[in-house]
Design a protein around this ligand. Structure first.
Ligand SMILES: Cc1cc2nc3c(=O)[nH]c(=O)nc-3n(C[C@H](O)[C@H](O)[C@H](O)COP(=O)(O)OP(=O)(O)OC[C@H]3O[C@@H](n4cnc5c(N)ncnc54)[C@H](O)[C@@H]3O)c2cc1C
Length: 466
């Protein structure tokens, strides 16, 4: 373990002392830039550098999702009078290409930090032993200021954890050697949906299980309903039921549900949510408070309840997304350097996307949220089949749905399901962030004809007619 702590007197002879310590190298690693060269900085990581997004999250899933799209394009070529046949998806080669590219980035990240003279890298599991004092696998470390960026991990429900049988999570399934013949996916959120899409395209039969009746429940109700119906055409959906027992043997699993039904699978993927890693940090010793769901309590400036301790990303955020964690890391970086001029991230207009087939994206309120809040709204919807590029694509399923204030035309929410949804949402994100109303967004900019963005333009037009 390399050590640099050379500038300050130690609190106890055996205690290492730093000006700043960052715990976790996902988004936490972004906090430290060259504006910190005047400090003695420590970075702690127990696994691979780069955290979830780089190693087992956003990036590998999207690289796999794109490969799935390539395979599905070949499968669907006949619709365009193109004769083509998919021979097979060489899963092991796909996996090795993806991780062969990402693993060196993680290693370079670690090496870059280790080679920086004013940074000490600790490899190990950190937990608090007192205020701003940590144990890192037997090494006692103290820092004047600490940033907690320890992320979250997959939640494993008791029937699976207690079964003693093997299961996969998002942290392991991308490393498997061969796609299973039949994969049971427990969970109906975005991680479950993306990984089901990837494995289905690679040749697995999918049975998808969720305790609610609709996949992607938190999405706008129209999006969730249409996505569920499209998924039903490809997957064996078991919705509205909970897993009560996992039995059988490795490779021949039996899943029993609370309605008495059962199914079988040769592999199980558990994707029912992620819990913050706060329970593994002994936060009580540091005086850092948490919410009931395990998230660290932070104020608008990312300060925890303990003096000098900050937090960012999945361990504290109400929205577990990388662009949110990145923004919070920028906020912490600024606030550490400018305590007299604190900034905030704000979470009111966070867009999100699901990289499935079809893609999904949303920003702002859903229709059900507006209804529940009693907020008046108008709806404008256009389908991909309404616009010329949609005709070029032979009318793919999907739509753009925009919600706006009936009086002012202020945009309240926007939701897309269909090709390139994650890209098409961006003009709507900009408009909402910059307070551009629906009529101005429709009429002021030119909209390229006949680009797919016309589905957004048509939805804005439909809003005007509602
Ligand atoms: C399959 C999947 C797909 C995703 N896709 C997307 C997407 O498309 N878009 C998007 O915006 N978000 C996506 N996310 C979410 C995104 O990955 C996270 O929101 C983001 O990575 C969180 O960053 P973080 O810095 O808070 O935590 P992490 O990146 O998880 O970093 C935490 C780090 O802390 C380390 N650590 C934890 N505890 C300790 C300890 N006690 N001692 C030492 N080290 C410790 C961990 O090893 C880890 O490296 C996805 C997540 C998953 C799982």
């Amino acid at each position: 373990m390399p050590v640099v702590g050379h500038r300050r007197p130690a609190y106890a002879p055996e205690m290492r002392q730093h000006d700043l310590l960052v715990l976790g190298t996902g988004s936490g690693n972004m906090v430290v830039d060259d504006s910190f060269t005047d400090l003695d900085v420590a970075i702690v990581e127990q696994h691979r550098f780069g955290g979830t997004c780089l190693n087992v999250g956003c990036i590998p899933t999207k690289m796999l999702a794109h490969t799935a799209e390539v395979a599905d394009t070949v499968r669907g070529a006949g619709r365009f009078d193109v004769d083509a046949q998919l021979e097979r998806v060489r899963w092991a080669d796909v996996r090795d290409r993806v991780f062969g590219r990402l693993d060196p980035i993680a290693e370079d990240g670690r090496k870059g930090r280790q080679d920086t003279p004013w940074i000490t890298v600790y490899t190990g599991h950190a937990r608090f032993t007192g205020p701003r004092t940590l144990d890192i696998d037997g090494v006692a470390v103290r820092a004047d200021r600490i940033v907690l960026a320890a992320g979250a991990r997959p939640l494993v429900p008791p029937p699976v954890a207690e079964s003693g049988l093997p299961y996969e999570t998002s942290e392991t399934i991308m490393g498997i050697d061969t796609p299973p013949r039949r994969l049971a996916v427990l969970g109906g959120g975005y991680i479950a949906a993306e990984l089901a899409h990837v494995l289905h395209s690679a040749g697995s039969e999918i049975v998808m299980i969720d305790k609610v009746e609709r996949l992607l429940g938190p999405q706008d109700e129209t999006v969730a309903a249409e996505f569920t119906e499209l998924a039903r055409e490809r997957y064996d959906l078991r919705l509205g039921r909970e897993l009560t027992e996992l039995s059988g043997e490795p490779g021949a699993l039996r899943l029993a549900f609370d309605d008495g039904s059962t199914t079988t699978a040769d592999m199980l993927l558990v994707a029912v949510g992620r819990i913050p890693n706060s329970d593994r940090l002994d936060l009580d010793a540091a005086g850092v408070q948490t919410h009931d769901d395990g998230r660290i309590v932070v104020d608008a400036h990312q300060r925890t309840s303990a003096d000098g301790v900050w937090a960012l990303g999945d361990i504290c955020s109400p929205v577990q997304l990388k662009h949110v964690a990145n923004r919070e890391a920028e906020v912490v970086r600024h606030n550490l350097r400018h305590p007299e001029d604190l900034t905030s991230a704000g979470h009111d207009l966070v867009p999100s996307a699901v990289f499935t087939q079809p893609q999904i994206a949303g920003v702002g309120a859903t229709e059900q949220e507006l209804r529940e809040r009693g907020t008046p709204y108008r709806v404008g919807t256009a389908r991909y089949s309404d616009v010329a590029y949609g005709w070029a694509m032979e009318d793919p399923p999907g739509f753009c749905k925009i919600l706006a204030d009936p009086g002012s035309g202020a945009l309240l929410g926007a939701h897309l399901l269909g090709p390139q949804a994650a890209t098409l949402i961006q003009p709507l994100v900009l408009a909402m962030t910059l307070d551009i109303d629906a009529a101005t967004l429709l009429k002021r900019p030119y909209w390229i004809h006949p680009a797919l963005t016309e589905v957004v333009k048509e939805a804005l037009g439909a809003l005007a007619e509602d």
